[in-house]
Every structure is written in structure tokens, then in C-alpha cells.
Design a protein around this ligand. Structure first.
Ligand code: 15L
Length: 271
């Protein structure tokens, strides 16, 4: 069913990783970014598009069966940059995909859409957003726009609320939210290939014993993570010991994203 799969933001860390792990899985990978990326190899197509430009986005999505949308800003930034990449750009990708008849989109949303939940609280895919940044607001927007396009236009969406993607967890917070490249590939494939998927939010996390997320919805769709954060505990805790205590960031799931620009009462216990 998936012949040509488009990856936006293909030049970023997750995009470069998926370019390798999905190689040979789908007949054609179209790889797009705003900036130049490594040239196409066999069964690859390379494209350069600013997703805020609708005409260019229409060309980018032409002929694709599924999209892995990673493009946009991947951390806190100015409102102008977030608006350009994560609001206008995101809308353009979904709308152009609808017009082109694309049936499946996997999006990289983020733990920062729900970053102001306390670490002590276990949350699932039903919780309302509690963004911890302008970036987090844009990720909540992406989940809402995906919901609209699923309900109104019958397109299938998997929103992957990614924790921290990498080869290993890098501090104590990441011991709870880490996802390995292999596990993220598994999630993406469920998003593109599972026959029953309509609109879902899965947490992008490996098997992490300290997790504060109930990811049973992903498990119901067959997700079986193999990465185990505790295997890297010693190294992660050694890195954590080098960091200064942060009463706000250490309390909330979103960590430093919550503490940045924080103007509330640092002495208060937040619920
Ligand atoms: C994210 O959403 C970012 O894209 C990534 O760079 C990390 O900051 C990650 O969250 C995190 O929370 O560790």
C-alpha cells in the first residue's frame, strides 16, 4: 500500500536516522528539507522545500502515499519562527496532502505539548494539553489539526508524542522519556501500515521503568519496544550530577522547557 513515503525534515537527527532504518522497507523514500541534504541514493528522491510555501509543498507531496512529517522547528524559538514552520508549514503539509489524496501521516509531536504535567503524575493519551513553551503549543496545534483532518477528511494520523530520541538517555529526565531509533522506527511503521489506525496519539518512548506515561494505546496497536533506559542508568545519572538543581524543571515532565522564561512562584508546589 505504501509505495512512495515522504519524510519532511529529513536532514534533522530523526530524519537522518529514519532514512537509514526505512531504507528498503518502502520502494521509494522521498526526502525533503528546507536546507540541502545528502544526495539521493538508489530508490531515494531528494527535495528542498520551505513548508511555509504552499506551492512548493504541493509539489513536494505529489505522488506520495504516506508522509512522516518531522519538518519545522524542533525546540523553543521565537513566535515568528514557530508560526512559520510549525503552524503555517504544518497546515500547508496537511492541506496539500488532503488535496493530493494522501491517506496516512505520521507526525512528530512532542512531550512538550504536555510538559506542564508534574513528573509524579502518570498521564495517558486522553489528557488535555499542558504545553510548556511556544513550541509545545505548536505541537498541541499539530495534534488538533491532525484530529480535524482525520474526522473531517478521513485521513489516518499517528501523532507520536516523542520524548527524547537518541542512542541513549542523557540525564535522569531522559531515563523516563528516552526512545531508541529502533523503537521509533517501529512506531512510524505502525503509523503508516496498521490497517485500523484512524487517529491516535502514542508516546514516543522505549521501555523505560521510570516512565510517567501510560502508553497502553501504542501497545494495543502492537508496539513492543526493545530499548531499556535503565541499561544506561549509571552514565545518565553521572551526567545528571553535573547539572544544577532546577526547582521548576525538575518538578515538571517538560524539564528545562518549563523553567525557561518562568515567571511564576518558584517556591510554590504546583499541582
Ligand atoms: C523535543 O521535543 C525536542 O525536539 C528535543 O530536541 C528534546 O529537547 C526533547 O524534546 C526533550 O524533551 O528532551
Amino acid at each position: 500500500m505504501m509505495h512512495r513515503v515522504l519524510i519532511t525534515g529529513a536532514g534533522g537527527g530523526i530524519g537522518r536516522s529514519l532514512r537509514e532504518t526505512l531504507r528498503g522497507i518502502y520502494p521509494v523514500l522521498r526526502l525533503s528539507d528546507r536546507v540541502p541534504i545528502a544526495p539521493a541514493r538508489d530508490n531515494e528522491e531528494v527535495d528542498q522545500t520551505d513548508i511555509a510555501d504552499m506551492n512548493a509543498v504541493e509539489k513536494m507531496v505529489a505522488g506520495v502515499d504516506g508522509i512522516i512529517h518531522l519538518g519545522g522547528i524542533s525546540g523553543e524559538n521565537t513566535w515568528e519562527n514557530i508560526l512559520h514552520g510549525n503552524i503555517i508549514g504544518l497546515y500547508n503539509v496537511f492541506e496539500a496532502a488532503r488535496r493530493a489524496g494522501v491517506k496516512r501521516i505520521v507526525i512528530a509531536t512532542s512531550n512538550h505539548a504536555v510538559g506542564f504535567y508534574p513528573r509524579a503524575q502518570t498521564i495517558d493519551h486522553h489528557v488535555v494539553p499542558r504545553p510548556d513553551s511556544r513550541y509545545g503549543v505548536s505541537k498541541a496545534f499539530s495534534e488538533a489539526l491532525a484530529s480535524l483532518y482525520a474526522d473531517k477528511h478521513g485521513m489516518g494520523f499517528l501523532c507520536t508524542r516523542i520524548g527524547n530520541f537518541g542512542e541513549k538517555p542523557i540525564d535522569s529526565r531522559r531515563l523516563a522519556i528516552w526512545i531508541s531509533p529502533r523503537d521509533y522506527t517501529q512506531l512510524v511503521r505502525i503509523g503508516l501500515e496498521h490497517p485500523d489506525l484512524e487517529y491516535e496519539i502514542f508516546y514516543g518512548a522505549s521501555f523505560n521503568e521510570r516512565t510517567w506515561w501510560d502508553n497502553s494505546r501504542a501497545h494495543a496497536f502492537g508496539y513492543r519496544p526493545t530499548g531499556r533506559a535503565e541499561d544506561f542508568r549509571e552514565q545518565a545519572m553521572a551526567e545528571q550530577a553535573k547539572l544544577a538543581p532546577d526547582p521548576v524543571g525538575d518538578y515538571y515532565q517538560g524539564g528545562t522547557f518549563c523553567a525557561q522564561e518562568f515567571a511564576g512562584d518558584r517556591g510554590k508546589v504546583w499541582k
